[in-house]
Design a protein around this ligand. Structure first.
Ligand code: FAD
Ligand code: NAG
Ligand code: NAG
Length: 506
């Protein structure tokens, strides 16, 4: 794949051709005045391989871009976009934390902009006029470093729950946090985005400046620009209480019943949250059921968890600790071929039981392939209605209207080691997902939202923001208008092919 220099100086683009890789870093540096551009897969120690190795998914690590460009400032991003958008060939990928499981964050035939050096967090404390503290987080940050910085000030943010996950991708897609009960989605707590637009302009998007872009970035993903900094509302918080507990499979019913009750009473107990996880461990050929149980106020005896009081835990990692300490302890650097599918459905035991039946079937059906798999997990997370009301109308997720019943976000995942096992589980879990969805629909327990950060690339999440429901259909039209206004040439629609594109939604 070769770049065709058009209106841009030949020098700028020649350096991007693989055959001139040896001179590429200096050439790009010279043209763009950039700190680091790593263009040669074969030059040792130039950061190229380190960048690839730090992706979560093995499939993504195997994609070899022509150059990995690692900007240190928003100005560097701006210069790069100006050069890259003027060429007509070769594509661009944008990478935040690199934790997306599919290749929407790396590109074989072009330049990957790796934001990982934009990893500073700065806390701005309130003055007399100002209502609250702000944490300004660089778009290449991971949650652990952002959390540990804000915690120095006795503050927290509506962070992701696993410390190695990127701030950028999670926040652009919505974001589910242990703080969601009080604060809604992670994106709801963003007060300002610093964004590089397709023409290279660096703008702020907040409730006063570019308010349409501000709203579209809350759930609309990478459709509108490259965010270089997120300013989050930061709030006072002490240590939380909780962690992961694991029980034998026999206790599944007790744990699931407790989880369903927790969702029912969550509006009254918004600082409690629970994640239920079925895990098939290939080494021992057996399943366990785990739960991450958290109270963000540090209360050790929350009523939400009372029904599980008698469960004999095989392991119990609950502790009084900060969110950042917990997130760091839950770090996960990946390394498998990750197959993910996701659905939402109402908080209904019958659907969970159906999912359990499908889980057992999946494991029975795939015994022959287990030698190439590390584990299979099903994850259930709470999605009570009140999460969507914290910033009603302020994001493009559409859930303030479409989430009409307390619900569950479900994820079915296989951690495969070989491409063959990956494609087997891709087929199997796709079919299982269809069956689960059909079941939920048949009993009137479907929930339309598809979480952009959890779905399989085949699942078309943006449609769920409104296509089928009249009162949220406007979110799709709105995002299309914002895209046309801030990116009239469609750079982020056509030249940055990774991710779900608003222009592709019918
Ligand atoms: C172990 C694990 C735990 C997780 N836990 C949670 C959780 O608790 N809550 C939750 O909500 N989600 C969770 N997720 C899902 C997570 O939100 C997504 O994987 C998300 O994409 C990760 O963000 P990232 O910056 O690492 O992604 P990347 O892979 O870097 O990017 C994802 C997408 O966003 C785009 N993008 C990234 N940065 C920018 C930017 N600055 N400007 C424009 N576009 C950009 C990329 O081009 C890509 O399309 C988890 C994922 C994993 C693997
Ligand atoms: C930012 O990234 C650099 C390079 O990887 C690293 O040395 C530094 O510790 C990181 N800073 C933070 C705050 O994580
Ligand atoms: C938790 O413990 C405290 C202190 O012992 C007690 O006052 C409170 O009622 C308990 N709460 C619940 C839900 O049991």
């Amino acid at each position: 794949m070769r770049f065709t220099p058009l209106s841009v100086g030949v020098a700028a683009l020649a350096v991007l051709a693989p055959e001139t890789a040896a001179t590429a870093p200096d050439g790009l540096r010279g043209q763009l005045d950039l700190a680091t551009a790593h263009c040669s897969p074969s030059t040792p120690g130039n950061g190229y391989q380190a960048s690839l190795d730090s992706y979560y998914s093995l499939d993504v690590r195997e994609i070899k871009p022509v150059c990995v460009f690692r900007p240190r400032t928003a100005q560097h991003v701006s210069r790069a976009i100006k050069v890259l958008s003027k060429s007509t060939a070769g594509n661009v990928a944008v990478r935040g934390g690199g934790h997306s499981i599919w290749p929407n964050n790396n590109v074989a035939d072009g330049v990957t902009i790796d934001l990982s050096l934009l990893n500073q967090t700065e806390v701005h404390l309130p003055n007399k006029k100002n209502a609250g503290a702000i944490a300004s987080v660089g778009a290449g940050s991971r949650w652990t470093s952002a959390l540990l910085e804000v915690e120095k000030y006795g503050l927290s943010i509506t962070a992701g729950r696993v410390g190695t996950v990127g701030v950028a991708g999670l926040t652009l897609g919505g974001g589910l946090s242990f703080h969601s009960g009080r604060h809604g989605f992670t994106c709801d707590d963003v007060t300002n985005y610093e964004v590089v637009l397709a023409n290279g302009q660096i703008v702020d998007a907040n409730s006063k400046q570019n308010p349409d872009l501000f709203k579209a970035l809350k759930g609309g993903g990478g459709n509108f620009g490259i965010v270089t900094r997120f300013d989050f509302a930061a709030f006072p918080a002490g240590p939380l209480y909780g962690g992961m507990v694991t029980a034998a499979w026999d206790h599944r019913d007790t744990i699931v019943d407790s989880f369903i009750r927790l969702i029912d009473i969550n509006e009254q107990n918004p600082t409690d949250s629970q994640i239920v996880l079925y895990m098939y461990d290939v080494a021992s050929r057996s399943s366990t059921v785990s739960s991450t149980v958290i109270n963000t106020d540090g209360i050790t005896n929350s009523t939400s968890f009372k029904p599980m009081a008698a469960v004999p835990w095989l392991s119990d990692q609950r502790a009084t600790q900060t969110y950042g300490e917990l997130a760091a302890a839950m770090s996960d650097n990946g390394g498998d071929r990750h197959v993910w599918f996701s659905l939402c459905f109402q908080n209904n035991k019958r659907v969970v039981d159906k999912a359990t039946e499908l889980y057992n079937q999946l494991i029975d059906d795939t015994q022959g392939a287990m030698g190439d798999v590390d584990r299979i997990i099903f994850v259930f997370q709470q999605l009570p209605r009140h999460y969507a009301q914290k910033n009603a109308g302020g994001n493009v997720l559409g859930m303030d209207k479409s989430l009409t019943a307390d619900s569950i976000v479900w994820l079915g995942e296989a951690f495969a080691r070989t491409p063959e096992a990956e494609s087997l589980f891709q087929r199997k879990i796709a079919a299982l997902t269809d069956e689960l969805e059909a079941f939920a629909e048949a009993i009137g327990a479907a929930t339309q939202w598809r979480y952009i950060n959890y779905v399989n690339p085949t699942q078309e999440p943006l449609k769920s923001y409104g296509a089928e429901v009249k009162y949220t259909a406007q979110n799709i039209a709105f995002m299309k208008r914002v895209s046309a206004k801030y990116d009239p040439q469609g750079f982020f629609q056509t030249r940055v092919p990774g991710g779900f594109k608003i222009s592709h939604v019918k």
